[in-house]
Write a protein that binds this ligand. Structure first.
Ligand SMILES: Cc1cc2nc3c(=O)[nH]c(=O)nc-3n(C[C@H](O)[C@H](O)[C@H](O)COP(=O)(O)OP(=O)(O)OC[C@H]3O[C@@H](n4cnc5c(N)ncnc54)[C@H](O)[C@@H]3O)c2cc1C
Ligand SMILES: NC(=O)c1ccc[n+]([C@@H]2O[C@H](COP(=O)([O-])OP(=O)(O)OC[C@H]3O[C@@H](n4cnc5c(N)ncnc54)[C@H](OP(=O)(O)O)[C@@H]3O)[C@@H](O)[C@H]2O)c1
Ligand SMILES: Cc1cc2nc3c(=O)[nH]c(=O)nc-3n(C[C@H](O)[C@H](O)[C@H](O)COP(=O)(O)O)c2cc1C
Length: 590
């Protein structure tokens, strides 16, 4: 076969008609679109593959990096690119694209990827006829719009004429096995494509992967056991909430982080609740069980360390209903009853299901099979490695509430608050957040908006900027319920304000007067000055509650620009978009 004729799959090759048609289409597209010189330089037994990711907290990026490395090791010319700043036109130049995409908000793309997807949605012409693609969607099935962005991306690309290399796969939080299976089947498909191509004429060493910096030894799967070195309440005893400063030592770990990163905490369930569940079911804590990932263990360990028992998912209810043939639960599971299902699962856990529908489970294996994995929790790091060497600080709002005659607590936050002692070791890892960094120019001004635990990364930023003697101005908007009881890190912030490091500190204590006052009210009051800072090149950072605060603050930013600049609403939107494009508007919201 010469390079000047399109390669094809012979009829004798061991493929079904459908596979052969797919592969021939793929080869024709590949051949017709690649200039001969490019084929000569990159003989077609290696494919040029764009690995693209849409990530907010780094998971999709990490998986994309792993995949790229493996594709390179297999001789392909693989490139790794974020969809942030990427355009549909650049995608049209690719022949093979693998997309790994997480979902946020109401089933939206990660913040930074919204412009790409908005542009893609405007496309109608089937411009991707020459593109073969595969999508791995990342999500969390406890959200209503599970993996929605990956799903939308997959169908939009197909609608624009692109051909699937393999079907989309949706990953839940416990994604290792799903990722591994998807990766093998993807590679199998790609190998089938390359096997049909002429042998490579140049040695594969010419496209070997560059030597990568060794990744941290400690990961979500292999966390570091960090001693808890300090824990103190940041709110007063009489406050309506409890927020704590919790610090770990990483002195002996070689763990590295930067201000803006998050700390992953691998939690354990409350032993009292685990005992109650085992007693209710009349099981033995020592009975052996098999877990898909952890393998053989005892029921006690499975329920304490590996499985989510405090929240109910549709899948759990479905499995329970099937085992017990519970008609009432089946009724709740029909799509029209979604709002009733949501109401039932909103403030109940496994223990409620066992009491409300008793006598269903007789085999511990059924119990462990129906529960999702217990996922690590992330906490924005509130220390700077330059100021707090060998330590990681976190700022934890302790989740407690009462429902259906039971006091309940968030798994990780209550564990950090009361179930581990100073001196105990806690499994942690670093979750990099590369898009949430102090500006590289240390003279640039920054505006930080962080009510509640949103203060965490900004405490880190302030210490970081002080440690490197950054001369840029610092403005912080902080808000909480009441000044007397909830002014987190009050002494530190007031000291930094008094000595001039914190140029401005604007406070919004929502419950200290009849009318609620929030950080965005303070932003509006200072609109003229806020806009002056923006015009002087300030970067804006927002951290904290995603459900309401971040949206309201975003709307207020638009309003300030519109009011202070005399721009139209549309032009003000473009101004804010420009801030994003210039990496001057960053959000770390949850
Ligand atoms: C990038 C990132 C950074 C974060 N940074 C921080 C941080 O700096 N500080 C911080 O405190 N948190 C932070 N979080 C949130 C944190 O990861 C956890 O989600 C939080 O601590 C709750 O975890 P938990 O295990 O204690 O509670 P969970 O066991 O996860 O329980 C929380 C769940 O309980 C339910 N619930 C809570 N209150 C009620 C109620 N009143 N009625 C009914 N149901 C209720 C809700 O379903 C809620 O989702 C961050 C999250 C992300 C993604
Ligand atoms: N259920 C729980 O017990 C619990 C406990 C801790 C944290 N959380 C969740 O964890 C996240 C972070 O909590 P947190 O402790 O950091 O504080 P938070 O709940 O975000 O509250 C911090 C401050 O923000 C105010 N606020 C409320 N709505 C706002 C809005 N739309 N715009 C601006 N400010 C607003 C709050 O005022 P008001 O509260 O007076 O309205 C409070 O003064 C939130 O998602 C929160 O829902 C839940
Ligand atoms: C604030 C927040 C909102 C989320 N919203 C959704 C959602 O609507 N649907 C979903 O399937 N997953 C949702 N997730 C889960 C993430 O998509 C999932 O954890 C993913 O693995 C994160 O990938 P990333 O680290 O690459 O951003 C959400 C996670 C967070 C922290």
């Amino acid at each position: 076969m010469s390079y000047n004729q399109p390669p094809f799959i012979p009829d004798t090759a061991p493929f079904s008609d459908e596979q052969r048609a797919y592969l021939n289409g793929l080869l024709a597209g590949l051949f017709s679109s690649a200039p001969t010189s490019a084929l000569a330089a990159n003989p077609p037994s290696s494919l040029k593959i764009a690995v693209l990711y849409a990530s907010q907290s780094g998971t999709a990026e990490t998986l994309a990096r792993k995949l790229t490395k493996e594709l390179k090791a297999r001789g392909h010319v693989a490139s790794l690119t974020s969809l942030e700043g990427y355009t549909p036109a650049t995608l049209a130049e690719e022949r093979h694209a693998i997309l790994i995409a997480s979902t946020y908000g109401e089933g939206d793309p990660p913040d930074a990827v919204q412009p790409f997807f908005q542009q893609l949605c405007l496309e109608h012409f089937p411009r991707y006829r020459d593109l073969s693609f595969a999508v791995l969607a990342l999500g969390d099935s406890s959200y209503e719009h599970f993996c929605k962005f990956g799903i939308d991306l997959d169908s939009k690309l197909a609608a624009l004429g692109a051909t699937r290399i393999c079907d989309r796969v949706d990953c839940d939080v416990d994604l290792d096995d799903t990722f591994a299976n998807w990766k093998s089947s993807l590679i199998e498909r790609l190998d089938a494509t390359t096997a049909a191509l002429p042998a490579r004429t140049s040695p594969s060493t010419s496209i070997a992967a560059p030597v990568a910096k060794p990744a941290s030894l400690y990961t979500r799967e292999n966390p570091f056991h960090a001693p808890l070195i300090e824990r103190r309440a940041l709110t007063c005893d009489v406050s309506s909430k409890l927020t704590m400063h919790v610090a770990f030592s990483i002195a002996d770990s070689k763990l590295e982080y930067e201000a803006g990163d998050a700390c992953g905490v691998v939690p354990q369930n409350d032993h009292r609740l685990v005992s109650e569940i085992i007693d209710t079911l009349k099981f033995s804590a020592d009975v052996p069980v098999q877990l898909p990932k952890a393998g053989a263990t005892k029921l006690w360990d499975a329920l304490t360390t590996h499985l989510q028992i405090t929240r109910l998912t549709r899948k759990t209810i479905q499995a329970y209903a099937t085992i017990g043939q519970c008609q009432k639960l089946f009724d709740l599971l029909i799509p029209e009853q979604q709002s009733h299902l949501d109401k039932y699962t909103y403030d109940r856990g496994l223990i409620d299901l066992l009491h409300d529908y008793p006598g269903v489970l007789h085999d511990p294996a059924d119990l462990v099979a129906m529960l999702p994995s217990l996922a690590p929790r992330l906490y924005s790091i509130s220390s700077s490695p330059k100021a707090h060497s060998g330590e990681v600080h976190t700022t934890i709002a302790v989740v407690r509430y009462r429902s259906h005659n039971r006091d309940r607590g968030g798994v990780a936050s209550t564990m950090l608050a009361e179930r581990i002692a100073v001196g105990d070791s806690q499994p942690v890892y670093i979750q990099p957040n590369k898009r949430f960094r102090v500006p590289p120019d240390s003279t640039a001004p920054i505006i930080m908006i962080g009510p509640g635990t949103g203060i965490a990364p900004f405490r880190a930023f302030l210490y970081e900027r002080r440690a490197v003697a950054a001369t840029g101005k610092n403005w912080l908007f902080f808000g909480e319920r009441s000044a007397a009881t909830d002014f987190l890190y009050r002494d530190e912030l007031e000291t930094m304000r008094d000595d001039g490091h914190l140029t401005r500190l604007d406070l919004a204590f929502s419950r200290d007067q009849e009318r609620k006052i929030y950080v965005q009210d303070r932003m509006l009051e200072q609109g003229a000055e806020f806009y002056r800072w923006l015009q002087d090149g300030a970067s804006v950072y927002v951290c904290g509650d995603a459900s309401r605060m971040a949206k309201d603050v975003d709307a207020t930013l638009h309003t300030i620009v519109e009011q202070q600049s005399d721009l139209s609403k549309e032009a003000a939107s473009e101004y804010v978009q420009q801030l994003k494009d210039e990496n001057r508007y960053h959000r770390d919201v949850y």
